[in-house]
Ligand binder design. Structure first.
Ligand SMILES: [Zn+2]
Length: 455
């Protein structure tokens, strides 16, 4: 079987113009399911040819344009043509654009508002940036090439260049105006690290945050330390975009690092921040998991394990109820009970459970001793319906940074590259990058996240 695809122009005064785009042929019959309908290569070719035909018609229309001078109002005359090669989502096109000259004052006109040195459509720029925000440049390039007749900018390096350009635009973009004033906003600010490819440093510090209103509006933001991105400015803009006013009640959460507290102060967040329950809960979880798999190969260990498991629960309860001092005593008791696990061997590779437990307790203890000023009675807050943690269940750092830039993926980052990619990734998450297709989270309506259960 065969078809001819014809594109017929409508809505013009001229007699309908038509152009044959493509011949399609398929085997007769449906014996083989593979011969059902169009194939991907055919579809790509079809899209590319339709695109070229549409652009050719648009260029013809443009060529017939008559233009009056914007300065003196006299009729302009055609000066010359300029060819432009533009990459689109459906392949590269060449457009000849007429340039005009005013017969009165000699002013030049183009009759387009294209940016100078324009090489691609905004839609393609956004698509490339969007994919790059979600997956490695090499994978994104592969996906584009596989699905679309994209010709230009298929290499990972070009994709990276385009994406960082979009990131730079986003960084300098104005605040998105809120629709309404927010009575309350919870703000979290944390830091994490990614591997650096720059000389003389192993890691780059990344600051990330999350702002949210009780009705579920949410925005994430992030910046690599020591770049042109001002993180205090990001905090301020994020708060403004959610509708912060002088009357907005602000609650700030951090992981307790003093550098982050001074950023909050720079951003005009004056109320003292609370240590995000997420950070403690995560470490308590590590301790619990390690306690549960302690070996019971000796009677003494069996008994000690039962004591330790119960005490870790107790530790959880004490911290949740704001009893930091008592919690440190519990840690001491657990440590005392642990001596029977000396020399414990791991069943699988990695550390023995007792070693893991030791490390986890150390991390909890460090929070209790260094951050005691920022610990609150989480149980009280929770009972009062107040927030105790960010609503991104895996934590903003995992959500915004690690999923794309994780240490485990062996990726190494330049300071500028990581920072600008983060601007794009935040915009994708927030649904503020162009069309907003496939945004990572929808505004949610749950006023409170699922809270960790106290023991
Ligand atoms: Zn003129």
């Amino acid at each position: 079987m065969g078809w001819v695809l014809r594109l017929v122009e409508t809505g013009t005064d001229n007699r309908a113009q038509s152009v044959e785009v493509m011949e399609i042929s398929r085997p007769n019959g449906l014996r083989d399911i593979a011969s059902l309908g169009l194939t991907l290569p055919e579809a790509k070719q079809l899209l590319a040819r339709v695109q070229q035909a549409v652009v050719a018609a648009q260029a013809r229309d443009h060529a017939g344009l008559r233009l009056d001078c914007a300065a003196c109002g006299l009729r302009c005359h055609a000066k010359d043509w300029r060819p432009h090669q533009i990459a689109t989502v459906f392949g590269g096109v060449t457009v000849r654009l007429r340039r005009f000259l005013c017969s009165g004052c000699g002013r030049g006109e183009t009759a387009t508002s294209w940016p100078s040195h324009c090489r691609s459509t905004p839609e393609l720029d956004q698509l490339r940036a969007h994919l790059s925000a979600l997956m490695p440049y090499r994978v994104a390039a592969g996906v584009l090439e596989h699905l679309l007749p994209v010709e230009a900018g298929k290499s990972p390096e070009t994709l990276r260049g385009h994406t960082l350009e979009v990131g730079e635009h986003l960084r300098n973009a104005a605040t998105i105006a809120p629709t309404a004033a927010a009575p309350a906003i919870a703000l979290s600010l944390d830091s994490t690290f990614i591997r650096s490819c720059e000389d003389g440093e192993r890691h780059l510090e990344v600051r990330i945050g999350n702002v949210e209103t009780p009705d579920g509006c949410r925005r994430v933001f992030g910046a690599v330390a020591r770049t042109d991105t001002d993180v205090a400015g990001l905090v301020r803009r994020s708060l403004e975009s959610l509708g912060r006013t002088d009357d907005t009640e602000l609650t700030a959460f951090t992981d307790g690092c003093p550098g982050l507290r001074s950023i909050l102060a720079d951003a005009g967040v004056t109320s003292p921040p609370i240590l995000d329950w997420f950070h403690i809960a995560m470490r308590l979880q590590h301790a619990k998991r390690a306690a549960e798999v302690l070996s019971t190969d000796e009677p003494g260990r069996m008994q000690a394990k039962a004591v330790i498991v119960a005490k870790v629960e107790r530790l959880h309860w004490r911290i949740w109820n704001g009893k930091a001092k008592d919690a440190r005593l519990t840690i001491e008791r657990i440590r005392e009970a642990m001596h029977v696990f000396k020399g414990e061997h791991s069943h699988r590779r990695g550390n023995a459970p007792s070693r893991k437990l030791w490390h986890a307790l150390h991390a909890v203890d460090a929070y209790l001793s260094n951050q005691s000023a920022w610990l609150v009675n989480y149980a009280d807050r929770h009972r009062a319906g107040l927030r105790v943690r960010t609503s991104i269940t895996e934590g903003t750092a995992n959500f915004l940074v690690n999923r794309r830039m994780a240490k485990s993926q062996q990726m190494r980052w330049s300071r500028r590259g990581a920072d600008l990619l983060l601007q794009v990734r935040s915009a994708v998450c927030n649904g503020t990058l162009g069309s907003g297709f496939g945004r990572l989270f929808e505004p949610m309506s749950r006023p409170h996240p699922t809270l960790p259960k106290a023991a």
